[in-house]
Design a protein around this ligand. Structure first.
Ligand SMILES: *Cc1c(COP(=O)(O)O)cnc(C)c1O
Length: 378
């Protein structure tokens, strides 16, 4: 069935215009962390089927039109990549990083209903929304100038609430400067202060999916002390549908499974029906690229980011970047540049994010416009 041929002409042209504008908008965006380089045309035939992975992917379901087997492989791939304990991991493909964070915080709350959540001021806005939904008390920790958590402030705040279990949300790539909080250091603080009941969740939406490929591996995963990690699938990896992966320790998830068993279901996920297509995209990406391909993808993107930083500095713009990140930060440019390149800004700063698909040529045309604007202002 070709739906566009049965549309009334006016609607058909509306659809065509939308396609053209989506294409043009994608070509020019530099400000949001979304990879535009992917080719999933091999998966097109799956669009004919009502794929639905409802429920826990690790528990068989009677609804069999889905991709649960591949979903489990995706979860396993990331569990290994994130050095989860060999027989103590579990997870599922989510609708995005936000759902992964919501899931992890829910897990932490079920474990420690009286827990206090600590997260830095540079944390993604969705975390506050999630804490509100879960009705969890929280304390915002100061950040250092680069966007990383201020560990002294964390220690201070925890010491003022020592009687409460501590739930720490670590950012593995903050939204504005892509700063990474050091999970090992956070774990160390919790141990040193003898807070036995604690939980660390790593929000790796932005850089969790490529941090494992860095030579100087940041402290962000299970081996460093995290109890759960959430990533977005449409950011570094790339997907036509927003998606993500959450990986958590299975023993923790089992406690939740028990606590909902009384309503007669072992649906341990957040939503009811779950997207059966997005696990396909992630599976296809990790299988076709493999560890080596993903590492190369990360290194290419890092090279482009280094190039962009250098070129901005060369035209006199004080651009900077946290170590091994794809985000280049610089003073907020004029409105027309921000609009054209879809640049987010906050407190006078903007950034570009050199996700896979951003080319040198695209950086060059961005730099040319920045230089022209600087001359006008100058
Ligand atoms: C993008 C992002 C999120 C939200 O992820 P979605 O996939 O958009 O739901 C959360 N935290 C950080 C740090 C992010 O960059």
């Amino acid at each position: 069935m070709n739906t566009s041929s049965i549309l009334p002409p006016a609607d058909k042209s509306k659809l065509e215009a939308l396609l053209a504008s989506v294409g043009a908008g994608t070509a020019n965006f530099l400000g949001y962390p979304v990879a535009k380089e992917f080719d999933y045309s091999a998966l097109m035939p799956f669009l004919q089927y009502p794929l639905n992975n409802l429920g826990d992917p690790f528990i068989p379901s009677t609804y069999s039109v889905g991709t649960r087997e591949l979903e489990k492989e995706v979860v396993e791939f990331f569990a290994r990549l994130f050095r989860a304990p060999a027989s103590d991991w579990w997870g599922y493909v989510t609708n995005g990083g936000s759902e992964g964070n919501l899931y992890a915080l829910y897990l932490a709350r079920e474990l420690y209903p009286k827990g206090m959540v600590y997260y830095s001021g540079a944390t993604h806005y969705s975390v506050q929304k999630n804490l509100h939904l879960l009705n969890m008390p929280s304390i915002v920790i100061r950040t250092q100038e680069n966007g990383e958590m201020d560990y002294d402030d964390l220690e201070n705040m925890i010491s003022m609430h020592r009687h409460l279990p501590a739930i720490v949300l670590a950012n593995i790539g903050t939204t504005m400067t892509e700063a990474r909080d050091d999970v090992k250091r956070i774990k160390h603080i919790l141990n040193r202060m003898a807070i036995r009941q604690h939980y660390i969740h790593a929000d790796g939406a932005l850089s969790g999916s490529y941090s494992a490929f860095l030579e100087d591996r940041p402290a962000f995963d299970f081996a460093d002390g995290a109890n759960s990690i959430a990533i977005s699938g449409h950011k570094f990896i790339g997907s036509p549908i927003p998606c993500g992966v959450v990986v958590a320790q299975k023993s923790y998830r089992d406690r939740i499974a028990r606590s909902v068993a009384y309503i007669g279901t072992l649906d341990t996920t957040i939503t009811g029906s779950r997207n059966g297509h997005s696990p396909l995209f992630l599976w296809y990406a990790v299988k076709s690229m493999g560890m080596e391909g993903l590492a190369a993808r990360a290194h290419q993107a890092l090279e482009i980011a280094a190039y962009a930083e250098e070129q901005l500095q060369a035209i006199g713009i004080p651009a900077w970047r946290n170590k091994d990140t794809l985000t280049v930060v610089f003073p907020e440019p004029e409105e027309h540049i921000r609009r054209k390149w879809q640049l987010a800004s906050e407190n006078g700063w903007s950034h570009i994010i050199c996700m896979p698909g951003v080319t040198r040529a695209l950086i060059d045309s961005f730099i040319a416009e920045m230089a022209a604007a600087a001359v006008l202002v100058g």
